[in-house]
Write a protein that binds this ligand. Structure first.
Ligand code: MG
Length: 386
């Protein structure tokens, strides 16, 4: 289904300005035979694609098209309810990672709700890295591009709510003043900056000249200064720039991540399940980074409570040692379609412990914000949406 959820205020990045979150959701209804008869399960998946092909090539209506034309028929023909079978079944198609991830998430959620196990417990089970799952994760908030005064007002508001980490969107020429002003006012705050590739045209040398001085203000990392494909440029920049380089858009597959680590293109990684093709691939990326001693944090895509709950579970894995983009639903939405996810303490969000994603859908809100709905049934199953 397609939803259009209004944002409390516009969200601006180099990828575009959102005023509503237009997303593809997947609702999976499964029937499995158990000892006491047939048991019906339900699970939810959220596609992280933006409405435009600007962050990656994917976009919401493209995700719906590829899902309806290719992914749904393939998964129905497969006749399985196993979330782990989604990625192999859809590996036939190149790209469309966020659309694929939404199906995996929905089937994992349905299965785990049926087994009364949490999403976090399943991610821990498939991880190869020792260590306990966190009960809470540090919350972080990303502040969009905007005039300095507006950015400062927003930082002030979120610090007052208890957030201890902000990520500032930056573009060339305005980064130094912005970071210096924020750091002078909030000396204890964890500050990261995200360029979404805005320094790509300048090249590594010039980007290092602009971003290197941010080390004076203890910036934790600078995220994705150059183009997604430019791992060589990021490696060159990493050699010249004293601020740790973090990659986001560049990390779209496990081989791309391996290459980035091997080249020294980054020393921190932003993990987003949608970009990697699913939460199981995100766990594998976490494990790869942990084995290489590279800390990771969990990025956000302005998700509703569904994706937000899944991200919180992912960020509970032990190598998510830096605070990520996980904020409360209220950071973006007046009314969320699931949850809402809320701060559980000063600057923290509790990892959902209930079955599956551990958040419930708000049916009234979902109905209000749904703009399109299609239902597909396996042979012999219910022909109408239950
Ligand atoms: Mg980013």
């Amino acid at each position: 289904m397609r939803v259009s959820v209004p944002l409390e205020r516009p969200w601006a990045s180099a990828a575009g300005t959102l005023t509503r979150r237009e997303s593809m959701l997947v609702r999976a209804v499964t029937r499995t035979r158990q000892a006491d008869g047939w048991v019906e399960g339900e699970g939810w998946g959220e596609c992280a694609a933006l409405p435009w092909p600007s962050y990656t090539a994917e976009y919401t209506d493209g995700a719906l098209a590829v899902a309806e034309q290719f992914f749904v028929p393939r998964l129905l023909a497969l006749g399985t309810h196993d979330g782990r079978s989604v990625a192999p079944a859809l590996a036939w198609a190149q790209g469309h990672n966020m659309a694929k991830a939404a199906f995996e998430m929905a089937l994992l959620d349905a299965e785990l709700r049926g087994q009364r196990r949490s999403f976090a417990s399943e991610l821990k089970r498939v991880s190869t890295i020792e260590g306990d799952m966190a009960g809470t994760v540090p919350a972080g908030v990303a502040i969009g591009l905007g005039p300095l005064n507006q950015v400062l007002r927003e930082v002030e508001e979120f610090v007052a709510q208890g957030y201890r980490r902000v990520k500032l969107k930056v573009d060339p020429g305005r980064e130094a003043t912005l970071v210096e002003t924020v750091r002078r006012r909030w000396p204890e705050l964890v500050v990261m900056v995200d360029a979404n590739g805005a320094y790509a045209d300048l090249g590594a040398e010039k980007a290092a000249e602009l971003l290197g001085p941010l080390a004076l203000w203890s910036v934790a990392c600078v995220e994705q200064p150059l183009a997604p494909q430019d791992l060589w440029g990021h490696a060159e920049l990493a050699r010249r720039c004293p601020v740790p380089i973090c990659l986001d858009e560049s990390v779209w597959s496990l081989p791309a991540l391996q290459l980035a680590l091997r080249l020294g293109a980054c020393s921190v990684v932003n993990i987003k399940a949608g970009r990697l093709g699913g939460y199981l691939a995100a766990v594998a990326a976490h494990d790869l980074c942990a084995a290489g001693g590279v800390p990771v944090w969990c990025g956000g895509m302005v998700e509703t409570g569904l994706g937000r709950a899944a991200n919180t579970a992912l960020a509970a894995l032990p190598n998510f040692s830096l605070p990520g983009d996980i904020s409360a639903s209220s950071r973006f939405f007046g009314t969320d379609i699931a949850g809402p996810v809320e701060l559980s303490g000063p600057g923290t969000i509790a990892v959902p412990g209930g079955p599956g994603l551990g958040v419930e859908v708000n049916s009234a809100a979902l109905q209000r914000f749904t703009t399109r709905r299609s239902w597909y049934a396996a042979a012999g199953a219910l022909k109408k949406s239950p």
